[in-house]
Design a protein. Structure first.
Ligand SMILES: Cc1cc2nc3c(=O)[nH]c(=O)nc-3n(C[C@H](O)[C@H](O)[C@H](O)COP(=O)(O)OP(=O)(O)OC[C@H]3O[C@@H](n4cnc5c(N)ncnc54)[C@H](O)[C@@H]3O)c2cc1C
Length: 515
């Protein structure tokens, strides 16, 4: 098999040694690209600088969660990702040589997107770059941020093949990854935990008939004492993670003969495969204390990091972009006060905490740090096949879902009785409405009033879903019910029979025009 050939993107000069740009995104990874696309769709000019001239290669994100796919759909990039990727909904957990249980991450029907699509990060980034280009984002490859002066207007120093360039910006959006230069230049530290266990991550090319499911083993016969994970990706590439322990030597463990012998033990002596990428990782669960610092915002891995168990890294970064894009656009258009932007930290901070909590718990369960924890884990695994309570204790990674902004200052608390599902702060649920999907009709450019036979509200685009029994059921709706949906498709407020004043008040709160 030919190795993946990354594209080389063309360097373009800014044309002067000092320029001004309203919004500068630092880092064209999945998060920076998603944010630039979102801003362009909202009519905002955006410059995106990246130190490199290609997509990220090697073993990185593969699992894109339903919520990311819905956001990608809003951004106009879901189709190439879903078409090329591998759709899956089922996970299986094995202990030693037996199947403990299986789970379906999307037991409901009537959703446009599956629980997950697996696609290599480089393919996703390629799709995002094409979309950003098509929308006229100014993507500046080979532009490396080296300096940031925040004493007055934010001023970035950028190294380019033509020498140093200075960019004066109104807003700096740091999407420059786990080793964020913006973070370093501002002297900001991550707080959290670093895990010492090393993991071998191998992407192998092979023809295999295994079902498209997530398989996770604790202490399997082919890798005693460790854990293992198997996932299918596009192009007949399979991701295999093997826990190596704390004392593993990363240089030795990367050697092809060593990797091949570990994989032979797992895949059997007759399986033909080729190594595509091999890396040895340790993982961190940590975050910046605040994601907004004046005119600088941190998103994605620059703001927080988690272990890959749960696929929460890239997926939560996409939700960061989804959260900030509409707010910044409204502020730049003068349609909302600047302090609307504080809600980015108020909403995405707790989301990061939740991701870190889940990720830390999974990593603790997978790599127990004491003999007592290991015994507890093995007992839970032994009982989980027959007992539901033990199954709930088994944690091979709680997989990424949409964050619920429970205590958001932008939400209007319920005054009417509703089921907990889709409470204010939740991401709206999909359903079929006639021949269409509901989600693409919600949010986007503006707030939307999702009506169930209720009155139209002047000036707010609206969708009537009374005719869809699935939507009525999911939204706990009766005739007269209405939901106010934000541009990022999260619920701002809901009522059984709202007045125009109630809708207007909720809209004012959701745009920080009243508190
Ligand atoms: C083994 C592994 C498996 C993973 N699996 C998953 C998964 O299945 N699902 C998931 O959601 N996540 C997964 N992740 C996490 C995911 O890869 C990251 O969360 C994601 O890449 C973060 O995206 P980002 O855009 O924030 O940062 P990055 O992807 O790191 O992008 C940062 C960008 O900034 C640029 N940059 C850096 N410094 C500068 C500078 N000084 N000037 C200009 N540009 C700069 C870089 O070139 C890069 O393009 C996995 C990670 C690993 C390691």
């Amino acid at each position: 098999m030919g190795r993946y050939q990354p594209p080389i993107y063309v360097y373009r000069s800014l044309g002067a040694s000092r320029v001004g740009r309203r919004v500068v995104v630092v880092g064209a990874g999945p998060v920076g690209l998603a944010l630039a696309i979102d801003l362009r769709l909202r009519g905002i000019d955006v410059a995106l600088i990246d130190e490199d001239d290609t997509v990220s290669t090697g073993s990185r994100a593969i699992c894109w969660a339903k919520r990311s796919l819905e956001i990608f759909d809003r951004l106009g990039v879901a189709r190439p990702i879903v078409e090329r990727g591998i759709t899956w909904n089922t996970g299986k957990v094995f202990h030693r040589d037996r199947l403990v249980y299986g789970f379906n991450l999307l037991p409901e029907t009537d959703h446009a997107f599956p629980a997950f699509v697996n696609l290599q990060q480089y393919h996703v980034e390629e799709a995002l770059v094409a979309r950003a280009d098509a929308l006229g984002a100014e993507v500046l490859w080979n532009h490396r941020l080296t300096g940031l002066d925040l004493r007055g207007q934010p001023t970035l120093t950028v190294d380019t093949p033509d020498g140093e360039v200075t960019i004066e910006a109104d807003w700096v959006l740091a999407c420059d990854g786990a080793k964020s230069q913006v973070r370093r230049l501002m002297g900001l530290d991550f707080r959290g935990q670093v895990f010492e266990d090393r993991f071998l991550i191998a992407d192998v090319h092979m023809q295999a008939e295994f079902p498209t499911e997530r398989w996770f083993w604790f202490d399997p016969p082919f890798h005693p004492g460790g854990s293992a994970l198997l996932h299918r990706q596009a192009d007949d590439i399979w991701r295999i993670d093997l826990q190596l322990g704390r004392d593993a030597d990363p240089v030795e463990e990367r050697k092809p003969e060593r990797v091949v012998s570990r994989l032979r033990a797992m895949l059997g002596p007759d399986r033909r495969f080729e190594l595509a990428w091999v890396s040895v990782y340790t993982f961190q669960c940590r975050r910046l204390e605040r994601f907004r610092h004046g005119r600088v915002f941190f998103l994605g891995d620059a703001a927080h990091q988690v272990s890959p168990f749960g696929a929460r890294g890239g997926n939560s970064g996409i939700q960061d972009a989804d959260n900030l894009g509409w707010k910044l656009a409204l502020v730049l258009k003068g349609a909302a006060p600047e302090h609307l932007l504080d809600s980015y930290d108020a909403e995405r901070g707790p989301a990061a905490d939740e991701n870190i909590l889940h990720s830390t718990r999974s990593t603790d369960f997978i790599t127990p740090r004491s003999e007592a924890s290991r015994r507890f884990r093995d007992a839970a695994l032994s009982l989980a096949g027959d007992h539901g309570f033990a199954r709930a204790l088994v944690n091979s990674g709680r997989l990424s879902v949409a964050s619920v902004y429970r205590n958001s200052p932008l939400s209007t608390p319920d005054v009417d009785a509703f089921p907990e599902r889709l409470c204010p702060g939740s991401a709206a649920a999909d359903a079929r409405v006639g021949d269409e999907w509901l989600l693409p009709r919600l949010g986007g450019d503006d707030f939307t009033l999702l009506r169930f036979g209720s009155e139209d509200s002047e000036g707010i685009p609206s969708v009537d879903a009374l005719g869809s029994s699935v939507a009525r059921d999911r939204y706990g709706a009766e005739s007269g019910t209405a939901y106010l949906i934000r541009p990022d498709q999260h619920v701002a407020a809901r009522w059984r029979r709202p007045t125009r004043e109630q809708v207007a008040d909720a809209l004012a709160r959701a745009t920080a025009r009243v508190s």
